[in-house]
Structure formats: structure tokens, C-alpha cells
Design a protein around this ligand. Structure first.
Ligand code: 3HC
Ligand code: NAI
Length: 699
């Protein structure tokens, strides 16, 4: 079937695009559009409509074609053909007109859209900038400031808002083609010309130098380390300063620069990895799913409250179970406070808040759980307690209910064995704050049924999370790797680093927060308490936890006590260097026979990242993660790993596995092989010159 068809309806030429699933601008589509525009110049049509079949208008360039040899016609050539048409071309949009798709619409002479449609230029989320006129035409229509905001945020805007911004001429309610035909007929009757956005001028007075500088410095913070947002500002600046042809040439040059960058390669990798992570190998996509119309959460503490909000936000009623009325009231009041903050930020209305709150009901009685479809346990991290609760759930819940645990480390199989229905038990590991963080690690137990896994993956998407499957092991994918990262952070600190140095190395490299600041945020007492139940052998080398223990014992529990690795300003919560902490580090170093030395930044970076990558290799080889991309998704969406580095495994592929391997061997010679022996898979790939991605493709 042809991806582009052309038909005359009376005197209106209708160009229909049909390239499922999202009408991405593949080579065939580009060629088809260009041919249709050329053909229409010769026939009896008076105006042309560009409209799409399926679920959406064009959602952008075909991302999978990037990095392959380009095939003519290029998108700028197609766009130039559209804008150059002597007959007015009208874009008729539904769904999401994004990126190159919206640039096609901007090249049309008139734009209409269903009120449910959204338009935007999300290229920045792929480490790119709009490369087909978006940075030149948007400011000509919407003004410079609005264009900068739209393009640097990458966030789509609804049709009505786009109309207010002058990006859409008409919002249509009802049937799109009918509405577009009416609009076209009106334009023909009025003898409306082929009005070209590129003919518009931008008043330089509307775009003073300070506006661009303001955006540059705002973006240096908001999009720390990323090149595309800064280059977008340069393109919009060019739109003001240069004639359209030169502006377009500048945009193309900078687009190619972004396209060839490792940042964009990493972000495009993540785009596909995120989508692939929700697919479970060996599970048919038509696997039946259980209906989840009601949920119960056991434990309304830090995690339980946030988890409850996720379901209420999408209209699913939640029962929140606590040990007593006091704990319940505390849990519910934190939820209420969190919603109020969102209202204050203008992201939720009072009515929406009330609606969400009305969906969350507290109880202290397990008998109230008889009818729920899914239970998520989020009580203290204690295996015996969790087993007791699952035995209780087995008695209280209906057959077919899914019983999930939010445990961070415990064995899902042991928890499942506390019930008579291990096939219905699964791990649903949310990340803190659970109403904000996007990752959902779905942990498959030995006996977890296929339809339970399929349901969990679909549910994850429904509550707007990014689900990734993990096998069952201590810490699953994310926390298992994190232990090695945290170990090296502690060792770098006792050997000579300071919290500030280690945090700033990792933060400057792109991590959302450094490891010590994360420790203070989570609370140093959590690890301390977890260690209390362990034998010395289980705890491992005291050098990896003695500083944290000493801080906890002097009351430094982290942000909650105003002091941890740092002190915190009581008003602003700003981090303040604490000389007392340096004393603690020095005392502990002495007590453990470590002579401190100057440790350089590159060593810190290499030790922390190589520790992650080595453990990631083991996780891959053991089949705990399905693919390297899944590990990347876990780290970017759950642990603040910089998206523009693509995740630990993509980063390793970019650096080169031989280099990573050799660095680990070198650390082994310096610091001993206990922590520093290359994982067998890493060694094999380094020797054969392959990447993790190539290994995954060959499986
Ligand atoms: N190119 C190639 N494939 C794409 C694609 C694109 N632009 N957009 C989506 N797809 C694929 C997805 O990989 C997925 O494939 P799969 O089924 O095999 O996993 C399938 O289409 C459906 O996508 P989603 O699962 O994301 O579907 P949703 O309905 O949830 O979302 C969407 C639809 C909002 C369109 C979302 O897919 C999206 O945001 N796409 C990317 C939009 C974008 O970034 N456009 C800019 C591209 S860069 C560009 O245009 C450069 C230009 O300026 C020159
Ligand atoms: P928390 O201590 O803040 O909350 C636990 C809650 O469970 C308390 O309010 C307690 O009253 C309640 N509770 C205890 N026993 C109960 C019972 N029998 N019935 C009903 N309620 C009971 O703990 P937090 O931090 O929310 O952790 C919960 C679980 O989530 C743990 O397994 C933890 O490992 C996991 N987790 C924690 C993360 C975090 O950052 N805090 C991140 C991801 C997972």
C-alpha cells in the first residue's frame, strides 16, 4: 500500500499520509509528499490539504534513519517544495504533530488542528535541534521568547494554546477532514494567497541580546552539560539577525553537529531503549492482562504514600493500610501536603486535588482488601515482616489478585513462598519520591505467572512510569549496581577525597546529584540500620561504611537532622561544608590504617563509573537484565544518570569496552582484585572488539 495518496475532492487536492504507527518521515513518505506537491501544481486543484491517517499527524523525522546514509529528498528539500507551492497548502493536524512533523506544518501556508491535537518541537529531548526550519519559522510566528521556550523545553502544547501563540490558524471541533475542507473552501473563495512564514520579519527590538543571554544561563543550569539547548539559542538568534536562507543554513549546520554528537546518539539510544524495556522477551504481546480497577497499598510511609498517589492520579481507587489510626493519619496528611504543593505550583487545580484525595481511603483492617485487584506492600525493609504480611494477604485477598512487594533488596521468591499463590506474586520497585521518579523495576520471581508480568508492565505505563524487568537477586538491577558505586565513593573518601570533591566530580560529569548528597537526602540511618542485622562478614570491608557509621553515631543522619556529610542551612537547605566531617574522615582513615593522599578527579570518576559497568556486565550475563538498554533505562530514570550519556552500558560502549576493561585491570593491580576483576562478559567483548549493543543484537 502506498504511504502517500492524492485525491481531488471538488477543487481541493487532498494529500493523505499513511505510515504507521506514527507517520514518521521515512524516505518513502518524504518522496511521496514531494511527488504529490509537484503533481498538484499541474492539476485543477485550487488549494491542497496535507492530512494523516492513523493515530497521529507526522510525529517527526524517522529517528531510526539517523546515522544512516541520507537519501534524497531530504526533509528540508520536501519542506521547501511545500512552502514553494503556488497553491496554498493547509496542514490538517490530529494527535501529535512533532519535530519534523510540525516543521512540515510550519512550511504549509495555513494550519488547522483538532482541539485534541498537540504540537511541539521535542528534538532537544533527543539531543538535537529542529533541523528543518523549526528554529527559523517558529519565532516568526510566535515571537522570539515563546519560540525559545517551546524549542528548548521540547514540551508539546495543546492546539488551543498553539492557536493563541499564532502557531495554528484554526482549531476544529468535529471531523478533521470535513473541517479542513471547509477551511480550504473559505480560503479559495477569499482568494487567499500561498502565505509563507519565511516571508515574515522579526522585529529585532523584540529580541534584545539580554533575552538570549538570559536563556543561555538558565539553560546552563536547567540542561547542565547539554549542547543542543545552547545551540538552539544560537539558531533562534540567527533567525532574528539573518535572512531566512542564511538562518536555515546555520540551523542545518548546527543540526548536523548535534546529530553527529555522542550526546544525541545517547539520547536516541534511550528513546528506543525506553520503549524496548517494556517488552518482555519470550512473552507474547497478546498475553492476556488482568484488570486492575482497584489497588491497596500496605504501609503509608515514605514510599507507600507516593505509590498511592500514582494510582489516584490516573483515577484508580486506592486503599491505604497502616498499623494504627495514628500512622494512618500521618500517612494521609503527607499525601494531602504533597498534593497541596502541586496545587501551589499551578500544576493541579483544587478540584483535581480533591478528586485524587477522594480516591485514597485509609484503613487498618485487612478485611477491607477482599476485593482489590492489586496489593503493593511497602512496609519496613524486613523479610520476616514482609513474609507475615504476604501470608495475611493470602488469607484476605480474592483469588487472582496480584500481590506485589516494593522491597529494595529482599528475595521475592521467599516472599512469594509465604503464600499459596506464588504465581501471583511480583516485585514492583518504585523509586523515591515515588510520585515523581519515572522508573518502575518489575521484579520477576521464579514462579511469577506470565499474565502477572504482562499486567505489571502495562500498568507501569498506565501510571506514567517507565517499566523495566529485572530478575530476582539481591538489590535487583539498580541497587545491586549501586552498592559497587557507593563502595568506591566511600573508598575514594577514606583514601583522600572529601564529600564535596566526590559529589562535584560526579555532578559536573552529569549525575543529578553526587553520591554523598544522595546519602544525606535518603538518610544515613537507613544503611546503618540495615547493617545492624548483618554479621561482620556480610557487612564487608569496614572502610566501605565506617565513615557513615561514625556520622550516624554522632547524630548526623542527613538532611532530616540538618547534618550528614554536609551541614544544611535550616532556611534554604543549602549545603554547607562541614569541617567536623573532614575530621571524622581523617580519624576513620587513621583507625583503619589508611594514609590519605590527594586523589584526582579522573580517578574518582573512573572508579565510580567502572564499578557500575563491571557489575552491569555481570547482571547482563546472568540474564538479570534482559538487555544493556534496560540497565541504561534503570539508571537514567531511577538514579539520575545523565540522559546525554545514555546510561552506564551505552556510556561504556561509547568509551570503548577495551578501555573500560584495561582500566579495571589497572585498578586491580593497584587496589587488589577482590573488587577489580573484569566481569567475564566485559573481558570477552573487550577482547573481541565488540560493544554491549552488538552483543545484545547477536543474541
Ligand atoms: N521515528 C521512528 N520511530 C518512531 C518515532 C520516530 N520519530 N516516533 C515513534 N516511533 C516508534 C516508537 O519507537 C514505537 O515503536 P515500537 O512500537 O516498535 O516500540 C512506535 O513508534 C510507537 O511509539 P510510542 O510507543 O512512543 O507511542 P505513543 O503513542 O506512546 O507516543 C509519540 C507517540 C508521542 C509520537 C512518541 O512516539 C514520540 O514522542 N515520538 C518521538 C517524537 C519526536 O521526538 N519527534 C522528533 C524527531 S527528530 C526530528 O523530527 C528532526 C527534525 O527536526 C529534522
Ligand atoms: P517507611 O518507614 O517510611 O514506611 C513504612 C511504613 O509501613 C510505616 O509508616 C509503618 O507504619 C508501616 N507499616 C509497618 N508495618 C506495617 C503493617 N504490618 N501493616 C501496615 N503498615 C505497616 O519506609 P519506606 O521508606 O516507605 O520503605 C518501605 C519499603 O519500600 C521498604 O521495603 C523499602 O526498602 C522500600 N523502598 C524504599 C525506598 C526509599 O527511598 N525510602 C525506595 C524504594 C523502595
Amino acid at each position: 500500500m502506498s504511504v502517500v495518496t492524492y485525491e481531488l475532492i471538488e477543487n481541493i487536492g487532498v494529500i493523505r499520509l499513511n505510515n504507521p504507527p506514527v507517520n514518521a518521515l521515512s524516505h518513502a513518505l518524504r518522496e511521496g509528499i514531494q511527488d504529490a506537491i509537484n503533481r498538484a501544481q499541474e492539476d485543477a486543484s485550487k488549494a491542497l490539504i496535507l492530512i494523516c491517517e492513523g493515530r497521529t499527524f507526522i510525529a517527526g523525522a524517522d529517528i531510526s534513519e539517523f546515522g544512516k546514509p541520507p537519501k534524497a529528498p531530504s526533509l528540508p528539500e520536501v519542506i521547501s517544495a511545500i512552502e514553494g507551492s503556488a497553491k496554498p497548502v493547509i496542514a490538517a493536524m490530529h494527535g501529535t504533530a512533532l519535530g519534523g512533523g510540525f516543521e512540515v506544518a510550519l512550511a504549509c501556508h495555513y494550519r488547522c488542528a483538532l482541539s485534541s491535537a498537540k504540537v511541539g518541537l521535542p528534538e532537544v529531548k533527543l539531543g538535537l535541534l529542529p533541523g528543518a526550519g523549526g528554529t527559523q519559522r517558529t519565532p516568526r510566528l510566535a515571537g522570539v521568547e515563546a519560540a525559545l521556550e517551546l524549542i528548548t523545553s521540547g514540551a508539546p502544547v495543546a492546539a488551543n494554546k498553539a492557536a493563541q501563540m499564532n502557531l495554528i490558524d484554526r482549531v476544529i471541533d468535529g471531523e478533521l477532514l470535513e473541517g479542513a475542507l471547509d477551511y480550504a473552501r473559505e480560503l479559495v473563495t477569499a482568494q487567499a494567497p500561498a502565505r509563507r512564514v519565511s516571508d515574515l520579519m522579526i522585529d529585532p527590538a523584540s529580541a534584545p541580546a539580554e533575552l538570549f543571554e538570559g536563556f543561555r544561563s538558565k539553560l546552563a543550569k536547567r540542561a547542565r552539560g547539554q549542547m543542543a539547548p545552547q545551540l538552539i539559542v544560537s539558531c533562534v538568534e540567527a533567525a532574528v539577525a539573518l535572512p531566512i536562507e542564511q538562518g536555515l543554513a546555520k540551523e542545518r549546520e548546527l543540526f548536523i553537529e548535534c546529530l553527529q554528537s555522542s550526546q544525541s546518539a545517547a539520547m536516541r539510544h534511550l528513546f528506543f531503549a525506553e520503549r524496548e524495556a517494556s517488552k518482555v522477551k519470550g512473552l507474547d504481546k497478546d498475553t492476556p492482562k488482568r484488570e486492575i480497577a482497584s489497588v491497596a497499598i500496605i504501609g503509608g510511609g515514605t514510599m507507600g504514600g507516593g505509590i498511592a498517589m500514582n494510582f489516584a492520579n490516573v483515577g484508580i481507587p486506592v486503599k491505604l493500610v497502616e498499623i494504627d489510626d495514628e500512622a494512618l493519619a500521618r500517612g494521609l496528611s503527607i499525601i494531602e501536603k504533597n498534593y497541596s504543593i502541586t496545587v501551589k505550583k499551578g500544576k493541579l487545580s483544587e478540584a483535581q486535588k480533591d478528586q485524587c484525595l477522594s480516591l485514597i481511603q485509609g484503613t487498618t483492617d485487612y478485611a477491607d482488601l477482599a476485593d482489590v485487584d492489586l496489593v503493593i506492600e511497602a512496609v519496613f525493609e524486613n523479610l520476616e515482616l514482609k513474609k507475615e504480611i504476604f501470608a495475611e494477604l493470602d488469607n484476605s485477598c480474592k483469588q487472582g489478585a496480584i500481590l506485589a512487594t516494593n522491597t529494595s533488596y529482599q528475595d521475592v521468591d521467599q516472599i512469594a513462598a509465604a503464600t499459596r499463590r506464588p504465581q501471583d506474586v511480583i516485585g514492583l520497585h518504585f523509586f523515591s519520591p515515588a510520585n515523581v521518579m519515572k522508573l518502575l523495576e518489575v521484579v520477576r520471581g521464579d514462579k511469577t505467572a506470565d499474565d502477572v508480568i504482562a499486567t505489571a508492565m502495562a500498568l507501569g505505563k498506565k501510571i506514567h512510569k517507565v517499566p523495566a524487568l529485572s530478575g530476582n537477586c539481591y538489590g535487583f538491577i539498580g541497587n545491586r549496581m549501586l552498592r559497587h558505586y557507593a563502595r568506591e565513593a566511600q573508598l575514594c573518601m577514606i583514601e583522600g577525597g572529601t564529600p564535596e570533591q566526590i559529589d562535584s566530580v560526579m555532578q559536573d560529569w552529569g549525575m543529578a546529584m553526587g553520591p554523598m548528597a544522595v546519602g544525606d537526602l535518603a538518610g544515613l540511618d537507613i544503611g546503618y540500620k540495615a547493617r545492624q542485622g548483618l554479621t561482620d562478614e556480610q557487612k564487608g570491608d569496614p572502610k566501605t561504611y565506617c565513615i557513615a557509621d561514625a556520622l550516624v553515631e554522632m547524630g548526623h543522619l542527613g538532611q532530616k537532622t540538618g547534618a550528614g556529610y554536609y551541614r544544611y542551612d535550616p532556611e534554604t537547605r543549602a549545603r554547607i561544608t562541614d569541617p567536623e566531617v573532614v575530621e571524622v574522615i581523617e580519624t576513620q582513615a587513621k583507625a583503619h590504617g589508611v594514609s590519605r593522599r590527594a586523589i584526582d578527579n579522573s580517578e574518582i570518576l573512573n572508579r565510580l563509573t567502572c564499578a557500575l559497568i563491571n557489575e552491569g556486565s555481570k547482571i547482563l550475563q546472568e540474564g538479570i537484565a534482559q538487555r544493556p538498554g534496560d540497565i541504561d533505562v534503570v539508571y537514567v530514570f531511577g538514579y539520575g544518570f545523565p540522559a546525554y550519556r545514555g546510561g552506564p552500558m551505552q556510556y561504556a560502549d561509547t568509551v570503548g569496552l577495551k578501555r573500560i576493561h584495561d582500566t579495571i585491570v589497572m585498578f586491580g593491580q593497584r587496589y587488589g582484585e577482590e573488587y577489580w576483576t573484569p566481569a567475564p562478559l566485559l573481558k570477552e567483548l573487550a577482547e573481541s572488539g565488540k560493544t554491549f549493543a552488538e552483543w545484545a543484537r547477536g543474541k
